[in-house]
Design a protein around this ligand. Structure first.
Ligand code: NAD
Length: 278
């Protein structure tokens, strides 16, 4: 029987432990979220993040104001960047097409960069320096694998997708000393993807392509982490063909897998930001 990696449950447990810690210590970490580019998916993600924060006893401030230039956004950011009462800053992506995302992310002080996308935090990830913030989705995937005690050491992990928010940082994280996976990072130019996947112990599908993972790519022993969020005929689906579910050892479903883990990781990072400076 295929094991379902229930991200909803693992995330709920993690949120409970964060809430208990916050209550016990009588603290209230503060996250500021910037929503500057109108997009229905972004609005839903932001709402979910703010709700999750409130449920564990964190304070939030939502700055919902359109910005279509770096100068505008940097100006909005400035007072929060220096405010000692702000523990975490998150700029919801994507930004307006005229804005250089890399530039804006560099304006967040690294010690408040709870999304872990500032070059300093990405650099710390390369160095395996635990003082940095790890991007929320890769962090959540590792927590989910750990919760189900999925062996990683020495295993071949094929990650499909090389984005800065998911694939690349996850490849760094899983190949670190201590995790010790052997990672193949696949992307649109990768040849023989089917062959690569069929030799994997763990497949992480983070391409945003429905039905990308098909039966010939998996074995009975494969663990699959489905990161994809695709809207198909009004339904949210992942990157894994539904026929694969019966054929693998374990799989994280969409919805209810990586999504809730990403949000729980944001809470973890915000608490980490608070604790580092209090
Ligand atoms: P992205 O578009 O930035 O990157 C996608 C990557 O996949 C690219 O590197 C591309 O080379 C690769 N790719 C695309 N199609 C491919 C194919 N057919 N074969 C091989 N490689 C292919 O996307 P992203 O931001 O990394 O997100 C990926 C998916 O994960 C999206 O569906 C996104 O919605 C979802 N996502 C989910 C969560 C979550 O919390 N569940 C978080 C972030 C992203």
């Amino acid at each position: 029987m295929t094991q379902i990696l229930d991200g909803k449950k693992v995330a709920a447990d993690l949120r409970e432990s964060i809430k208990a810690f916050i209550q016990k210590k009588q603290i209230s970490p503060h996250l500021v979220v910037f929503l500057t580019h109108s997009n229905p998916a972004s609005s839903i993600y932001v709402k979910n993040k703010l709700t999750a924060c409130a449920e564990v006893g964190m304070r939030t401030t939502l700055i919902e104001q359109p910005a279509s230039s770096e100068a505008e956004l940097t100006k909005l950011l400035a007072s929060y960047a220096t405010n000692k009462d702000v523990d975490g800053i998150l700029i919801q992506l994507p930004l307006h097409q005229n804005i250089d995302t890399k530039y804006v992310l560099q304006q967040i002080p690294p010690e408040k960069d709870v999304d872990g996308l500032h070059p300093i935090n990405l650099g710390k990830l390369v160095q395996a320096d635990p003082s940095g913030f790890i991007p929320c989705t890769p962090l959540g995937i590792c927590t989910l694998l750990d919760a189900y005690k999925i062996p990683i050491r020495g295993k071949h992990v094929v990650i499909i997708g090389r984005s800065i928010t998911v694939g690349k940082p996850l490849a760094l994280l899983l190949s670190q000393k201590g995790k010790d996976a052997t990672v193949t990072l696949a992307h649109t130019a990768t040849e023989h993807l089917e062959e690569l996947c069929s030799s994997a112990d763990i497949i992480v599908a983070a391409a945003g392509t429905p039905n990308l993972i098909t039966p010939p790519m998996v074995k009975k022993t494969t663990t699959i982490i489905d990161v994809g969020i695709n809207r198909v005929e009004g339904k949210i689906v992942g990157d894994v063909d539904p026929s694969v579910y019966q054929l693998c050892a374990a799989i994280s479903p969409v919805p209810g897998g990586v999504g809730p883990m990403t949000i729980a990781s944001l809470l973890q990072n915000t608490l980490k930001g608070y604790l580092a400076y209090h």
